[in-house]
Structures are given as structure tokens and as C-alpha cells.
Ligand binder design. Structure first.
Ligand code: HEC
Ligand code: HEC
Ligand code: HEC
Length: 431
């Protein structure tokens, strides 16, 4: 018995030593903060575009805080994780990081001092970036104003907060390596896939995650819940009545609005604002890639029928004009959301065509009714007002149920009022 115990203990010790060696990464020696003039202006400009399309500022800027100074809170199922200061401040930022240290962080998720980074930082996507693109990002960040802002403490409980354990997570879920082009596809497709899978990490929101927070490999872009919103599937399971094609994808991704689909609201708003910095050819490449992911070719041809259905379902006189729900909708929404015989007007999205009304989950529709769409999202110069103050939960539920019943042939959403109350309790998210 004693011998067995000693054996088990010895095994544990050997295992622990083995894991420690396995998890260990060397530190990079701190460098003197590089002079901004040591970087070529073209490289800095290219880095600025890449930083925009990788939304570095969205995650690395706290509400009302200085750009890239960190402190932005991300609620996860394990606790709140705060982004860090990536300005070139020597003490609290990445000023003393060499380019090699920065590259290792982007490609392998390891901090300058050798500690493992958490996958709330999407290094599992950034690992696909070319060395050249990472160098441009480094040049851009190192030429930004240095801000002194110490890191916030994460609220992840012990023992999950032990960074060495991340080595185990990486072993299970992380596939390091640069993007490898698919020779069977066009150069445009591969450029789109490179941006989508790497820098712009579309799957970070649109791919469902497993219990340990990793994206499910077999379900790329199958749709997922994120920040009290739903990122719809981008595969052929997408519920839009008009199938997304390359033209509409390109318009939506670069302007945040599409006449056949609606507005990029919530967490998608910052995405389209970030992508807008990309050259037109890159937007087209992303659109070509996602037209293929969504199987636009075989689904093409549904547009005319979807438009005809949308027009006919928009009429008030469908026997529901005296129903309280129809009256509420007419008074609150129809002054802006009506359509005529021609092409849909992107400035007042046709709700029959909108994914929010067609998804299995009413979350996005409830979000938009409660909190509206701010001026910075979607079409410039128009806003969707917030109805959360004037409407009770029952009012919001009634309008959502009415739209679902009159605009789609899909089953009614269950427990709408409960869902409205839950989303209201969370407050506005995804900005
Ligand atoms: C989805 C949110 C998110 C996005 C987008 C994001 N980051 Fe981060 N990043 C984080 C979080 C959270 C951390 C801290 C992780 C930790 O503490 O382990 C982090 C850490 C880092 C670090 C390590 C810094 C340190 O001091 O430990 C670097 C470098 C970094 N990010 C660079 C970038 C760059 C460059 C981009 C844009 C291309 C970017 N990040 C985009 C969330 C994000
Ligand atoms: C931060 C999370 C996040 C990221 C990153 C993200 N999306 Fe989204 N996306 C969303 C959410 C949430 C919605 C729903 C927005 C709405 O209802 O207005 C959405 C909506 C969309 C839609 C509209 C779908 C529909 O049927 O209405 C498309 C297309 C889309 N995203 C493509 C992309 C692409 C391409 C990328 C990468 C370049 C991307 N998304 C990155 C969260 C994200
Ligand atoms: C004052 C005009 C106005 C009123 C009233 C209005 N909307 Fe909107 N709505 C808009 C505009 C404008 C947009 C597009 C926003 C943009 O592009 O910035 C929009 C967008 C939407 C979207 C699309 C969201 C997306 O993610 O694509 C939905 C859904 C919506 N409205 C529902 C409603 C409902 C339901 C009501 C009534 C409770 C309503 N709206 C009342 C102006 C209005």
C-alpha cells in the first residue's frame, strides 16, 4: 500500500515536472522603446489598415478610455477578462517588447515574459497572419501615443487563473501556423479566407464554442450567441429570405447596410466600421469567400420571390388591422418601415427580409426594439429609435410576435416576454 502511494506520488511529481517543462516559455529581454522614426511610413500606414480590420482598438480601448490603452472588460463564462495596454508605454504597455516578442504573442499567444495569454485574445486566428502583416501591426502600434495605464485584474477564479494551464488548452484546441492557401480555389477566395480566418476573425463570433471556450472545428460559421446578440449562421443555414451573394456581402461588409438584409447592428457594427478601412479588392475577396461559404451559387434565384413575399406581407389590410398587435406596429414602426413597389430602400430596412425576424432566436429583434441602432452604425444620417423606455416587455413581445407571424411562415417564438425581460435586465451590450 505504502509502495503504491509512493508510486502514485512519484508519478504525480514527474507529471507536474513534465507539464511545467512543457508549459514553460522563455522571456524575451526588454528592449529600449523604439523611436517612431525607425519605422517606414508606408509600413505604419499598412499597419493602421490592418489594425482597423482586426478591430484591435475595439477590444483594447475601455469605454471613454484612451485608444489601445486596454481595460476593456470582456464577460466570459469563466469570469471577466480585461484587455491589456498595447500602446508603446515602457512600464504599462508593450514599449519594451521586441518585434520578435510581439510576433510570438500574435502567433502563439505568449506574453513577452513567457506567460501564456488567454484565448479571449483571438491569437488562435492571428496565428494565420503573415510575418509581414504582423511586422506592419507592430510598426503601427509602436508609433501610437504611449499611455500609462496599468492592467486590470481579471476575475477568473483559482485554479483557472493559472496561466501555465493555458498550455493544456492550447494542446487540445490550438492549431498554430500561418494561413495555407487552398490551391483548388481562386486567389481572390484565398485572400478572403486569409482575412476572414486570420485578421478579421469572423469565426470568433459566428462559430459556436464548446464547454472550454474553443470554437467547434466542425461547425465553422454555423452561428453563435455573442454578448447577448446572435451572430447568424454564414453557411447555407443562414435564414435571410434573400440569399446573401457577393454583391450584397461586399456592400454590407464595407458600409454596414444592405438593401436586401438590413443593418449591421450590435457587435457587428464595429466590425463593418473596422473593415471599411480595407481596400475595395479585399472587401470583394471577403465577399467572394463568404458567398462560397454560404453556397450563394446554388441558392441564387430566390430574390424575386422573396421580394414579392415581402411586399405582400407588408400590407396592413391582411385581416389583422383591428388586432392590438397590428395597431401597435402601425403606430410605432410603420411610419418608417413600410415598402413600395420598387426596390427595397436600405434607409428603412424591409423587416420581412431581415434576419432578425427570420432567425430561430428573437434576441436580435428584441435588442433592436429595446435599444435602437445608434447613429454610428448602418446608414449615415438615420437612426433606429430605442423603444425600451416607452414599451413594456409585453409590448415588445407583441410586436415581435406580430412580425414573426405576418412576415414569415416560421413557427412562433416561445416565451417572448420572458426573453424580453432577460435582455432588458442585461442592459445594452455589444456596442
Ligand atoms: C476580441 C477582443 C480582442 C481583439 C479583437 C484584439 N485583442 Fe489583443 N488582447 C485581448 C485580450 C483580452 C488580451 C489579454 C489576454 C490575457 O490577459 O491573457 C489581449 C492581449 C494582447 C496582447 C498581449 C499584450 C500584453 O501586455 O500581454 C497583444 C500584443 C495584443 N493583444 C495585440 C492585439 C492586436 C495587434 C490586435 C488587432 C490585430 C488585437 N490584440 C485584437 C483582446 C483582443
Ligand atoms: C464581434 C462579433 C462579430 C464578429 C467578429 C463578426 N460578426 Fe458578423 N455579426 C455579428 C452579429 C452579432 C451579427 C448580427 C447583427 C444584426 O443583427 O444586425 C452579425 C451579422 C453578420 C451578417 C449578417 C447576417 C444576416 O443574415 O443578417 C454577416 C453577413 C456577417 N455578420 C458577416 C461577418 C463577417 C464576414 C465577419 C468577419 C469579417 C464577421 N461577420 C465578424 C457578430 C460578429
Ligand atoms: C424613426 C424611424 C423608425 C422607426 C419609428 C422604427 N425604425 Fe426600425 N429602423 C429605422 C432605420 C433608419 C433603420 C436602419 C438603421 C441604420 O441603417 O442605421 C432601422 C432598422 C431596423 C431593423 C433592422 C435591424 C438589423 O439588424 O438589420 C429592425 C429589425 C427594425 N428597425 C425594427 C423596428 C421595429 C420593430 C420598430 C417599431 C417598434 C421600428 N423599427 C421603428 C428606423 C425606424
Amino acid at each position: 500500500m505504502k509502495r503504491l502511494l509512493i508510486g502514485v506520488a512519484a508519478l504525480l511529481v514527474v507529471g507536474l515536472i513534465g507539464f511545467t517543462i512543457f508549459a514553460w516559455r522563455p522571456a524575451f529581454i526588454p528592449i529600449a522603446v523604439p523611436a517612431p522614426t525607425s519605422f517606414a511610413p508606408e509600413q505604419v500606414a499598412r499597419g493602421a489598415v490592418l489594425a482597423s480590420a482586426g478591430y484591435c482598438a475595439s477590444c483594447h480601448t475601455a469605454k471613454g478610455g484612451k485608444a489601445f490603452a486596454g481595460g476593456y472588460a470582456m464577460a466570459t463564462q469563466f469570469g471577466t477578462i480585461y484587455s491589456t495596454n498595447i500602446t508603446p508605454d515602457a512600464d504599462t504597455g508593450i514599449g519594451t517588447w521586441s518585434e520578435a516578442a510581439f510576433k510570438r504573442a500574435m502567433h502563439e499567444g505568449v506574453r513577452r515574459d513567457g506567460a501564456h495569454l488567454l484565448p479571449a485574445f483571438p491569437y488562435d486566428h492571428f496565428t494565420k497572419l503573415t510575418d509581414d502583416d504582423v511586422a506592419a501591426l507592430y510598426a503601427f502600434l509602436m508609433t501610437q501615443p504611449a499611455v500609462s495605464a496599468p492592467a486590470h485584474r481579471n476575475t477568473i477564479p483559482f485554479p483557472l487563473n493559472i496561466r501555465a494551464l493555458q498550455a493544456g488548452w492550447k494542446l487540445l484546441f490550438f492549431h498554430p501556423g500561418r494561413y495555407r492557401p487552398d490551391p483548388a480555389k481562386s486567389a481572390e477566395w484565398n485572400r478572403g479566407a486569409y482575412l476572414a480566418q486570420g485578421l478579421s476573425h469572423c469565426g470568433a463570433c459566428h462559430t459556436p464554442r464548446g464547454a472550454l471556450g474553443a470554437e467547434k472545428s466542425g461547425q465553422m460559421y454555423a452561428g453563435a450567441a455573442i454578448d447577448n446578440w446572435v451572430a447568424p449562421p454564414l453557411t447555407k443555414a443562414n435564414p435571410s429570405p434573400v440569399p446573401w451573394d457577393q454583391v450584397e456581402l461586399a456592400t454590407y461588409l464595407s458600409t454596414g447596410i444592405s438593401r436586401y438584409h438590413g443593418t449591421a447592428a450590435g457587435p457587428m457594427g464595429q466590425v463593418t466600421r473596422g473593415l471599411a478601412a480595407l481596400p475595395a479588392a479585399d472587401i470583394q475577396a471577403l465577399a467572394a469567400y463568404f458567398a462560397d461559404v454560404g453556397d450563394a451559387k446554388t441558392r441564387a434565384g430566390g430574390t424575386a420571390a422573396a421580394l414579392a413575399h415581402a411586399r405582400s406581407s407588408d400590407r396592413i389590410g391582411v385581416g389583422l388591422q383591428y388586432a392590438p398587435a397590428a395597431r401597435l406596429y402601425t403606430a410605432a414602426c410603420a411610419s418608417c418601415h413600410y415598402n413600395g413597389p420598387g426596390e427595397p430602400n436600405p434607409l428603412r430596412p424591409d423587416l420581412a427580409l431581415n434576419s432578425a425576424v427570420n432567425l430561430d432566436d428573437p434576441t436580435n429583434l428584441i435588442q433592436v426594439i429595446l435599444y435602437g441602432i445608434s447613429a454610428k452604425d448602418g446608414a449615415p444620417g438615420v437612426v433606429m429609435p430605442a423603444f425600451g423606455r416607452g414599451f413594456t416587455d409585453a409590448d415588445v413581445a407583441r410586436i415581435a410576435a406580430y412580425l414573426r407571424a405576418t412576415r414569415t411562415a416560421k413557427p412562433a417564438w416561445p416565451d417572448l416576454a420572458t426573453k424580453v425581460a432577460a435582455i432588458r435586465a442585461q442592459g445594452r451590450t455589444g456596442e
